[in-house]
Design a protein around this ligand. Structure first.
Ligand SMILES: [Zn+2]
Ligand SMILES: [Zn+2]
Length: 364
């Protein structure tokens, strides 16, 4: 233990009954393998809303949030190689780094240590990022030093949503020259658009229903952005691709309707990469017709992934930003202080004022 910070802090706590509030809570104590990080910048994710709404399991009394850039305040036993005051990227998913899954996959996908889904600890098993301090589990496997040339805003947008969007393209095995169609151009879908371009897609087609999202989509690299309120999306993609359809369709919304759209956009033997978070109520049904599941003989590959965590993943993302391969910080459209985080959540939930990402600063 390098230093001790005790007392109370402000934290935005899920209090149950579809409600959260800013409370004075104890500064977390850290145990073996953990690090205490002081929040420099956090951001709000749609997953935070789903926890409040009960669409994802949360725990009453827990601090919300999992998108965080901070600086190291103290490290627990077993954590080496970090300096006090060092600026770090904290992935939204914090795999253990030591289980068979983690050792076989540097992103830590499939890490179910502690019984979490995809190593999602913050705001589920433990207090999360929307507070002045955060205790990070498996710190040595997850804390990524941030290069001086990378800003807090550039880094924080990658901690969950950005990493998810990139991961959706990686797991699709998109080939150079492929047609990719991305359903949903919120922060996650926009990150997928950037990643598809970086990966060498031949044609990037994006789909949304919100005009300013479609505009941003073109700004970050879509060849064509389709307004799903104006045209039949499947017909339009058929027309734009001369009947080929999408080699890779990416679902980045998380509803049964958009999943079905993505399935219909996926050509035979193509890949549907699903990165939307659907919540855990209801069900998906797959029509068997030739335009959809093709009776099961269409050789379509369906893969679902979420935000890859771990410091090796973080290192590569920071490396790309430092060398100016992309910059998703323009997605941060609004900034609030922690004292006003309730208003920040309201704005994000209501999607007013052309909001993409809302950043939270610890104080004014
Ligand atoms: Zn998130
Ligand atoms: Zn693990």
């Amino acid at each position: 233990m390098s230093s001790v910070t005790t007392g109370t802090m402000k934290g935005y706590v899920f209090v149950g009954d579809n409600h959260a509030e800013l409370r004075e809570v104890p500064i977390p104590t850290i145990g073996y393998g953990e690090a205490l990080v002081r929040m420099r910048l956090a951001s709000i994710c749609a997953t935070d809303l789903k926890i409040i709404d009960g669409r994802l399991p949360g725990r009453t009394g827990t601090v919300l949030g999992h998108e965080l850039v901070g600086e190291v305040v103290a490290v627990g036993e077993g954590v080496r190689g970090y300096e006090i005051g060092q600026r770090v990227y904290v992935p939204g998913d914090t795999p253990c780094g030591q289980c068979y899954e983690c050792l076989g996959n540097s992103n830590g996908r499939g890490c179910h240590t502690d019984g979490t889904i995809a190593a999602f600890h913050f705001a589920v098993l433990r207090d999360g990022a929307h507070a002045e301090y955060v205790a990070v589990p498996y710190a040595q496997a997850n804390l990524t030093p941030i290069p001086d040339t990378v800003t807090d805003e550039q880094a924080v947008v990658m901690t969950c949503g950005g990493s998810t969007g990139f991961g959706g393209v990686e797991s699709s095995d998109l080939r150079m020259g492929d047609v990719v169609a991305i359903v949903g151009q919120g922060p996650v879908g926009l990150a997928a658009t950037v990643a598809a371009r970086l990966r060498g897609a031949g044609q990037v087609i994006t789909i949304d229903v919100v005009p300013w999202r479609l505009e941003m989509s073109k700004r970050v690299g879509a060849d064509i952005a389709i307004d799903a309120r104006q045209v039949d999306v499947v017909d339009e993609v058929r027309r734009l691709t001369g009947g080929w359809m999408a080699d890779v369709a990416i679902e980045a919304v998380g509803t049964p309707d958009t999943f079905l759209t993505a399935l219909r956009l996926t050509r035979p033997a193509g890949t549907l990469s699903s990165i939307g978070n659907y919540g855990m109520r209801g069900s998906l049904t797959l029509p068997l017709d030739a335009g959809a599941f093709m009776g099961g003989i269409g050789e379509k590959r369906i893969i679902t992934t979420t935000s890859p965590g771990g410091k090796e993943r973080g290192r590569r993302l920071m490396h790309m930003i430092a060398h100016r391969k992309f910059d998703l910080s323009p997605l941060i459209t609004h900034r609030f202080n922690l004292d006003d985080i309730g208003a920040a959540y309201d704005l994000f939930r209501d999607r007013r004022e052309q909001v993409f990402k809302v950043a939270i600063h610890p104080q004014s």
